[in-house]
Design a protein around this ligand. Structure first.
Ligand code: ADP
Ligand code: MG
Length: 319
């Protein structure tokens, strides 16, 4: 007898969480949660659809990781500390092996960041995973997209583009999901930059996470802030994992790749002296790639020359 809906919830998604601010978790009609006084509640949700956000055949543990990571990355970009998550799971049938793997990937990342799964929904349908995350930030310290000003410097964390290279390895069949290739590992298990996001509170003038590609996402930040930017392509950090790729391909991964969960942010010149401390707190490299300018243009330069870059970010409804 395959498990029913309630057995699935009880067996895979009812682990106790150990957070004292969860007054009531999975099992009732809704969760009861106690937000800390004086903090704003930060909420974000993201959906993964098989064939669109992950390749058919992706190991379930990686899907569990990604479904939570993409959401935690949004909290990181707000400077928030994550606390709670809800999971809506639509799946064609009850596959216990799949569920055990999925739950292990999800809970492993949740445990790393002290996140409690407090509720959700379980339905039969195409494989679609929606997670909602909730976290906290002091309201006046939340990182928004709107605060970049001319003269601010544009930074990106870590090594953007590596996950996109990993995705391409998988898509082209050059690597399998089990491959030890660091590009593939990064794509399947990218880590949201939560520590960096919190360290940027009160320091960065604007921030967002790179989910649809560095250039397209920077464009969104610029529109939100009402400014332009000048980016020096030679200052983009080229990770060792990308060094084997020829320049055009490498630049495509760097500028248009998502899935690394890196943070893009702006610092006023006065905050430059704090970069070493941010590197330390964030546990990752930080690279200045350009500067904010007045106007509304995003200008990219290579070797001092302005270059035209085609293609922005990813738009689900674009034709
Ligand atoms: P309702 O019918 O009131 O919507 P459900 O039967 O869908 O309640 O869910 C029962 C309980 O299990 C609720 O507390 C709900 O939040 C939780 N739940 C359901 N599915 C999941 C899931 N995939 N992960 C975590 N909690 C879940
Ligand atoms: Mg329900």
């Amino acid at each position: 007898m395959p498990l029913g809906e309630f057995d699935v919830i009880a067996r895979y998604f009812s682990r106790s969480c150990g957070r004292s601010d969860v007054l009531l978790g999975v099992g009732d009609d809704a969760a009861l949660l106690r937000p800390p006084t004086g903090q704003a509640l930060v909420a974000a949700t993201d959906t993964l659809v098989e064939g669109r956000h992950f390749l058919p055949g992706t190991p379930a543990a990686a899907i569990g990781h990604q479904a939570l990571a993409v959401n935690l990355s949004d909290l990181a970009a707000m400077g928030a500390e994550p606390a709670w998550a809800l999971l809506s799971l639509s799946m064609p049938r009850v596959d216990e092996h799949w569920l055990a793997e999925f739950a292990s990937g999800l809970y492993a990342l949740a445990d790393t960041h002290g996140v409690a799964l407090v509720g959700g929904d379980t339905v039969a349908g195409p494989l679609v995973i929606t997670i909602e995350v909730l976290g906290f930030v002091p309201p006046d310290l939340a990182l928004r997209r709107t605060g970049a000003r001319p003269g601010d410097l544009v930074f990106v964390s870590g090594s953007p583009g590596v996950a996109a290279a990993g995705l391409e390895q998988l898509r082209s069949g050059q690597a399998s999901f089990e491959s030890p290739d660091p590009r593939v590992r990064r794509f399947l298990r990218a880590e949201p930059r939560l520590a960096l996001g919190q360290a940027l509170r009160g320091v960065a003038t604007a921030a967002m996470d790179v989910s649809d590609g560095l250039l397209g996402d920077l464009g969104k930040l610029l529109v939100a802030s009402g400014v332009g930017a000048r980016i020096d392509l030679e200052r983009l950090p080229v990770a060792a994992e990308l060094s084997a790729h020829a320049l055009p391909e490498r630049e495509r991964y760097l500028l248009h790749g998502g899935d690394d969960y890196e943070l893009l942010f702006t610092l006023p010149p006065a905050a430059l002296s704090r970069v070493p401390e941010l590197v330390q707190a964030g546990g990752c490299e930080l690279h200045c790639i350009g500067a904010i300018v007045a106007g509304d243009q995003l200008e990219c330069r290579r070797g001092g020359q302005v270059v035209e870059i085609k293609g922005g970010g990813y738009d689900h409804f674009a034709r």
